[in-house]
Design a binder for this molecule. Structure first.
Ligand code: GDP
Ligand code: MN
Length: 343
């Protein structure tokens, strides 16, 4: 797929910290992980790789978020591997738990339908909480208010290319809002009414829709035509949000905030299983200029079962450059549509 060698972004503003520069000023940014105490080994593995490939040079801070207190063991081990400052943030129950507007009967029926259709995590309430929290709440936490950019890191992911430039300054200096590595189609059943809810909102508030949004990427589904109707006109294309580097001020802005309120009122985080990936993606795709979205093709990244595998000497992976996933799931890749319609 990719015959050209991938290196640092061309024709963009890049800042490289020089070795021994002790006065280097960081951008206003944090690495960020919502994680459970039980995932300690997995998060330590992810952090080690991100430090070795990139953050050892920059020492950006790391913020860990949890719905419970972190254990002393958790804190000790992550502090051993993080090269920058470490912050902890506990989510208030009023934010984490299922909100009062969720109708118990609709919730029960919705979950029964998803379970019948073998949708992953359908009956796990904490998964619904997590998706809602990641969609519209994390950036409102007290400890996150001071930051503008975040890089989301999950347990058990791999970073396998050396990156030399300051990725956060890359976002800032090139005025980018959202960066991703992998783009997929989603399971339509989890988001059956997300598009309808969104279209209703946009009809009531056309002023929020960006004239240069990623409309075709959001609506055209060529790789996986059976998805087209299930999601009510949404292609289901989304940025795979277990990796994302983004500007929280976008979410904090009026368009995304008002739209998110409409999603909350509709209840789809519980009646269906709206994920933070399609929610961020539809929000960015409609309310932001698509030229402010960046595919980080040079960052080697793996979260089972997919990866972004650049063709570069800076990477160590067993896979071919451009490797996506086993061929039998190739139709889940929406990156070709992003490239075709939005770059
Ligand atoms: P998947 O990638 O969709 O299979 O979902 P994950 O299980 O990886 O969850 C996504 C992210 O949310 C990971 O960083 C998890 O550590 C985190 N997460 C999921 N559920 C919970 C939870 O109940 N509590 C906390 N603190 N973190 C969670
Ligand atoms: Mn995951």
């Amino acid at each position: 797929v990719l015959s050209k060698k991938i290196d640092e972004p061309k024709g963009m503003k890049l800042v490289h910290k020089q070795d021994g520069d002790t006065n280097y000023e960081l951008a206003n940014a944090t690495l960020l992980s919502l994680v459970r105490n039980s995932e300690l080994d997995g998060i330590v593995s992810s952090i080690r790789q991100l430090e070795e490939t990139w953050n050892w040079r920059y020492n950006y801070p790391f913020t860990f978020i949890n719905d419970e207190e972190f254990t002393p063991e958790f804190k000790k081990r992550v502090e051993e591997v993080c090269s920058g400052k470490v912050y902890y943030e506990i989510i208030p129950k009023s934010i984490w738990e299922k909100p009062a507007n969720i109708d118990p009967v609709l919730y029960k029926n919705g979950i029964a339908k998803l379970t019948e259709n073998k949708v992953n995590y359908a009956s796990l309430e904490s998964y619904h909480n997590m998706c809602r929290f990641n969609s519209g709440w994390f950036y409102r936490l007290e400890g996150l208010k001071k930051f503008k950019y975040y890089w989301r890191v999950e347990p058990n992911v791999d970073f396998f290319c050396k990156v030399d430039y300051d990725v956060f300054k890359f976002m800032r200096d090139n005025e980018l809002t959202y960066g991703f590595t992998v783009s997929l189609y989603d399971e339509p059943l989890t988001i059956e009414t997300l598009w309808k809810t969104t279209v209703d909102f946009c009809l009531a508030h056309p002023e929020y829709v960006h004239p240069n949004g990623a409309f075709k990427w959001l609506t055209e589904n060529q790789q996986n035509p059976q998805n087209t109707n299930g999601a009510g006109g949404y292609s289901t294309c989304h940025f795979w949000s277990n990796f994302e580097i983004a500007d929280m001020d976008f979410y904090r802005g009026e368009a995304y905030s008002k739209w998110f309120d409409a999603l909350e009122a509709a209840g789809g985080f519980y009646y269906e299983r709206w994920g933070d990936a399609p929610v961020h993606s539809v929000g960015v795709g409609l309310f932001e200029d698509k030229s402010k979205v960046w595919w980080f093709r040079d960052i080697g990244y793996h979260h089972s079962p997919y990866e972004n595998s650049p063709n570069s000497d800076k990477c160590s992976t067993d896979h071919e450059p451009g490797y996506f996933a086993p061929p039998d799931v190739y139709d889940q890749n929406c990156l070709p549509n992003w490239i075709k319609y939005s770059m």
